[in-house]
Design a protein around this ligand. Sequence first.
Ligand SMILES: CC(=O)N[C@H]1[C@@H](OP(=O)(O)OP(=O)(O)OC[C@H]2O[C@@H](n3ccc(=O)[nH]c3=O)[C@H](O)[C@@H]2O)O[C@H](CO)[C@@H](O)[C@@H]1O
Ligand SMILES: C=C(OP(=O)(O)O)C(=O)O
Length: 436
Amino acid sequence: MSAFKIEGGHKLGGEITPQGAKNEALQILSAVLLTSEPVTIHNIPNIRDVNKQIELLRDFGVKVEQLEEAGAFRFTASDVDLNFLETETFRTKASSLRGSIMMIGPLLARFGKAQMPQPGGDKIGRRRLDTHFIGLKKLGANFVFNEEKHRYYVDADRLEGQYILLDEASVTGTANLVMAAVLAKGTTTIYNAACEPYLQQLCKMLNRMGANIQGVGSNLLTIEGVEVLGGTTHTMLPDMIEIGSFIGLAAMTKSEITIKNVRVDMLGLIPDTFRKLGIKIEQRGDDLFIPAQEHYEIETFIDGSILTVADAIWPGFTPDLLSILLVVATQAKGTILIHQKMFESRLFFTDKLIDMGAQIILCDPHRATVIGLDRKYPLRGIRMTSPDIRAGVSLLIAALSANGTSVIDNVEQIDRGYQYIDDRLRALGAKIERIE
Ligand SMILES: CC(=O)N[C@H]1[C@@H](OP(=O)(O)OP(=O)(O)OC[C@H]2O[C@@H](n3ccc(=O)[nH]c3=O)[C@H](O)[C@@H]2O)O[C@H](CO)[C@@H](O)[C@@H]1O
Ligand SMILES: C=C(OP(=O)(O)O)C(=O)O
């Protein structure tokens, strides 16, 4: 396992370009299984989870060609070997990331069967898959869960379109059902669908492949099934979670940073939510300019009561940025309540921030009150472990702003979703070193 050694307290500065979006990439890569024709994808981030998803495709027999342009690949799933599903390699690899679960919809729709071990991903609380399988059953799939092997099996002759009202707007669940429904017979309506930009991108790509999906960007999708899908070209959006992370990094380290080509139109509430912490963010064309700020002050609600930021399904504020918002609040002036509604184990990393000198009360597993120190008492460097991808980056931001040296262990968690993060931060002037 690798670690980052960080000498904190230095201002950073310069320009940084976000990578392609991790969670979009995991959906888009699953969708290449829906056609025998080539699909060319640009701006694929070079990160652990995405590379594992590409490796799985290769193991299934998908032809994977890396093109000259960085992050560009061509995938041709003309000869898919379903025997791979039965192998131990499949079990090990598929259970090492969350995104693998999104292969089950395309495999079922195109080949009539699929199976999955319990997928991996962050250990941030219960992460059920009911929405995926209840939906697939509605489309006519037989479903078996083998408790002993902890494996999910589905099969069907031909899926049939249905009205599906999701019990929760699951991101990966919606992606799976959309990818199953595009090849089903007849019309599928998915209500209470998730509509994160990742899903909007997936639906747009499927429509370019010949699918007929209406309602893209809303929570009501109508999908007219087609017999066959063709190839296409797709470009990944910039990663909105990276963009939010860089806003937090700039504020916390008093740095002037320009985040390039962010696709402001797809960022939803993200910039305004950071602005509520008093962080200045200037839009310059499609870039975000964050000036160096000695102080920033958390707003209150209009009636003077303490600001609360809670996660919500899109277009609400994404849960993946709450840990970053929390860390940035530790050096603001004022108080904020962070309410992580979706995941029950995502706020435990606040213990480490408390060890660094932050004033935080973990009210319960879902809520933390942060009392901002207004930089009066800087955080101090310590040794810590990264428990999950976003907590890991939050600790990294804390360490870069802290007095003294910190060591963050288990940075493989961070590498799951942030491309060459140490190199890119060094280019901004960070004193960060990867150690084994
Ligand atoms: C690979 C991938 O894309 N991962 C993302 C995906 O995970 P994933 O698709 O696994 O997450 P889901 O959207 O299924 O659900 C996330 C959590 O929120 C709960 N929930 C969800 C919807 C709802 O209406 N009510 C509710 O309580 C679920 O029970 C679950 O605990 O979406 C999450 C929620 O944005 C993100 O944190 C993950 O980064
Ligand atoms: C929770 C996340 O990822 P995953 O769903 O892959 O665990 C995340 O990206 O913040």
